[in-house]
Design a protein around this ligand. Structure first.
Ligand code: FAD
Length: 155
């Protein structure tokens, strides 16, 4: 984690420009005009995101949709197009996707995955001190090192 906070800016509706999104919100609102605001976003957003967006929008959750002003609606659209999240820390080991540490790679022969220290011991995957950004690279490490180790154990 860096010392200074990182801010992410997420466009939750990249397929719609601001104008089209506003039209979409108006359409959804006209179908739900007697509902409370917090119950009017089901078609627009995933369930878990609704309370977050409702809170960030500054519009009262119990406000009737037909009482939402144009300004509030536009602010909601702007929020959906540019949702800002400030990262303040990591979520801890229980929720970790990849870990650093493990067996030092200099102690392993990269062609065979055999330990350079102990005979007939092989390593593969996350037990090694290798980590990559998420997106398949860690799985690739696990599969490739597993394959290399298996091919040499078999011999
Ligand atoms: C939530 C999550 C999302 C992820 N998403 C991605 C992603 O999108 N892209 C990506 O590249 N990587 C991703 N990863 C990382 C990736 O899954 C791992 O790097 C990879 O699975 C490591 O493979 P592995 O075989 O080394 O270890 P593991 O897949 O952890 O396999 C180890 C196995 O050993 C078993 N085991 C443990 N102790 C013992 C024991 N004493 N006796 C017998 N068996 C035991 C475990 O039950 C487990 O089945 C993700 C990881 C998590 C947790």
């Amino acid at each position: 984690m860096q010392d200074r906070p990182l801010t992410l800016c997420i466009d939750l509706k990249p397929a719609l420009d601001a104008g089209r999104l506003d039209e979409r919100i108006q359409r959804d609102f006209s179908e739900a005009e007697n509902k409370n605001f917090r119950n009017a976003l089901d078609k627009l957003l995933p369930k878990k995101l609704i309370p977050v967006i409702v809170e960030l929008s500054g519009i009262a959750p119990e406000k009737k949709v037909n009482a939402i002003t144009r300004q509030e609606r536009r602010r909601l659209g702007a929020l959906i197009k540019e949702m800002k999240i400030t990262m303040t820390g990591l979520r801890g080991f229980d929720e970790a996707i990849i870990t650093q540490g493990g067996v030092a790679v200099r102690e392993v022969n990269p062609s065979t995955m055999a330990s350079r220290l102990v005979e007939n011991v092989y390593f593969a995957g996350e037990v090694l001190d290798v980590d990559a950004v998420t997106g398949g690279f860690n799985l690739q490490v696990a599969w490739s090192t597993g394959y290399a180790a298996a091919m040499h154990i078999r011999q």
